[in-house]
Ligand binder design. Structure first.
Ligand SMILES: Nc1ncnc2c1ncn2[C@@H]1O[C@H](COP(=O)(O)OP(=O)(O)O)[C@@H](O)[C@H]1O
Ligand SMILES: [Mg+2]
Length: 554
């Protein structure tokens, strides 16, 4: 019952303390992690945007350069100059000496016929008039094609420039080797899992991606219509989580897509989460352990002080009860003593009368004498009872009277004799013969001996031996009583607590745990001390030392 209440209080303290300390801690941890995550993700996205924009600028710049190179060529030369293949060849060689980005170059006339060509393929004389690119370049002046294989069998694309020369129209057309172009796109493939590729308006791959589909197949990246700037997204593509940036190129309807694996990019974030989690768990554990420990100590203190209070209450109640009983007993004893004294006196008188001769001759003389003897005997008995009652009345305050320790022990043992006999326990006595009379309180001593003997009987249980010894040497200032049993003994961890109030190893209801503590305080009050020696399996011996003259004044 009591234990339950303490346990409930313990859990209450633990729960309140934990909720007040853990909630802010957890809230702080989570919000800090959240903030970190948001800003870190923003940072990653920003660097992805920069990477993508740099790449698209580089690609556009590359295209710009090629276009302006071809523009310059077309506008600084006439059709007649360039349709001369020897001249075209020398110009092409000069262009290639700077950068090898062109594969071939050719001049196509207004009718779509390939008039001059420098390059590795046999395309001279072909008619392009029905090709869509041909219509396109006539319409716009500049045309950049998608990547295709054509008869050249490796991926390339063309740039075509229309020149209006007086009333003549002709077209300069060059093929770009995509290797350099692809290289520029690939530069945006960062980390182990990063990818970058270019798709056209229909979603067809223009450069080979690092993972997944092949060149010229449809990309799994959903294509939106042309937009300005760079678009940043967190997406799930093909079942995988990805950070994606995309931007349209300026010169061509090509979309540059740069993809990063968030697991890779967000690795430091995962580390941070682990750190926060670790610190959090550590902190929580520390707080929990600390709280439980503090609550334990607090409850321990509470239990201790409650016990002390209960002990004081119990002893106070006991002494009040005893005082009241004592008063009553003293009153009764006093009231009864007076009539007893009168009866005693009258018995003496009757006895005197019986000694007269004429009465002795009476036939009822023996009956008279017998009655008088019986009355005398029973008055004495009644007197003993009143004496004992008076003794009980004095029990509360220690009295300083001459006591015969051996006699008190005898009386106490007599009191327990039946119980011991019933349990087949032998109580041996070995009393010091020349025991001096001591100044002490007999009834309180009796209580002490009774407590210790009772414990010994309880400890032995059945079939055992208890020996009671008294010792005194003429040079001593104290006498010693040893009460020894051959019970189970007391383990050392219990031994340190047996004098504690309410400490008991007996089952609920059969022990109060007060016997030894009360005995201890009585002996202390009488100026003596109690020592105990015990060995598990051998038995226990209590030694009570009492001064010849007790230490207190009455
Ligand atoms: N002679 C003994 N042998 C073994 N244990 C003992 C002996 N005397 C006392 N003890 C131990 O000391 C405890 C406290 O004794 P006590 O204060 O008299 O309380 P209680 O007898 O009500 O348990 C007992 O419960 C018991 O464990
Ligand atoms: Mg006891």
């Amino acid at each position: 019952m009591q234990d339950k209440a303490y346990r409930r209080l313990f859990w209450k303290i633990v729960a309140t303390t934990l909720s007040f300390s853990l909630v802010p801690l957890l809230a702080l941890g989570f919000s800090m992690y959240h903030e970190f995550r948001v800003s870190y993700t923003a940072k990653i996205m920003e660097s992805l945007r920069t990477l993508t924009e740099n790449r698209s600028n580089a690609i556009d710049l590359f295209l710009d350069e090629r276009i302006s190179q071809l523009n310059t060529l077309a506008y600084t030369h006439t059709y007649d100059n360039l349709s001369d293949e020897t001249y075209l060849n020398s110009v092409f060689t000069l262009m290639q000496s700077r950068s090898r980005s062109f594969v071939d170059i050719g001049i196509i006339n207004r009718n779509g016929i390939h008039a001059a060509y420098v390059g590795p393929y046999e395309v001279k004389g072909l008619d392009y008039s029905n090709e869509s690119w041909f219509q396109e370049v006539l319409l716009r002046g500049v045309y950049v094609s998608d990547v295709f294989t054509g008869f050249r069998r490796f991926p390339h694309f063309i740039i075509a420039i229309m020149r209006r020369q007086e009333n003549r129209i002709w077209i300069l057309r060059a093929t770009i080797d995509t290797e350099i172009f692809e290289g520029m796109v690939k530069a945006a493939q960062v980390g182990q899992r990063g990818d970058a590729f270019v798709v056209n308006r229909e979603g067809v791959l223009q450069t080979p991606p690092r993972f997944g589909e092949k060149l010229f197949t449809m990309s799994d990246y959903p294509i939106a219509s042309r937009f300005g700037g760079t678009r940043l997204e967190e997406k799930v593509i093909g079942g995988e989580h990805a950070l994606v940036a995309s931007t349209w190129l300026r010169n061509k309807d090509w979309l540059l897509v740069v993809r990063e694996d968030p697991r890779e990019e967000l690795l430091p974030l995962a580390h941070a989460r682990l750190l926060v989690l670790g610190l959090g768990i550590g902190g929580v554990l520390l707080i929990v352990v600390g709280t439980v420990a503090v609550a334990r100590v607090m409850i321990g203190q509470l239990i201790k002080s409650d016990r002390e209070k209960a002990y004081l209450d119990a002893t106070l109640m006991q002494s009040t009860k005893m005082a009241a009983l004592g008063k009553l007993a003293a009153g009764i004893a006093h009231e009864v003593n007076n009539p007893l004294a009168v009866i005693k006196e009258k018995v003496g008188w009757i006895r005197d009368l019986l000694s007269e001769e004429d009465i002795q001759e009476s036939e009822n003389y023996t009956e008279f004498e017998d009655a008088v003897r019986k009355i005398d005997y029973h008055v004495d008995r009644a007197k003993k009872v009143t004496h004992r009652l008076l003794g009980f009345a004095r029990r509360m305050e220690p009295v300083n009277e001459k006591v015969d320790i051996n006699r008190i022990l005898d009386e106490t043992i007599d009191f327990l004799r039946n119980e011991a006999h019933y349990r087949n326990i032998v109580i041996n006595t070995d009393f010091c013969r020349n025991m001096p009379q001591t100044m002490s309180d007999s009834s309180q001593l009796q209580q002490v001996f009774l407590n210790i003997l009772n414990n010994a009987i309880d400890a032995v249980g059945k079939d055992g031996l208890i020996s009671v010894t008294t010792q005194y040497r003429p040079s001593d200032t104290e006498i010693c009583v040893i009460i020894q049993d051959n019970g189970p003994g007391i383990p050392s961890d219990v031994l340190t607590r047996i004098f504690d109030p309410f400490f008991t190893t007996k089952e609920l209801g059969s022990g109060t745990g007060l016997g030894l503590s009360i005995s201890y305080s009585i002996v202390e009050k009488l100026g003596g001390r109690v020592l105990v020696a015990s060995e598990v399996g051998q038995g226990t011996a209590f030694s009570i030392y009492l001064p010849l003259r007790n230490g207190y004044s009455v």
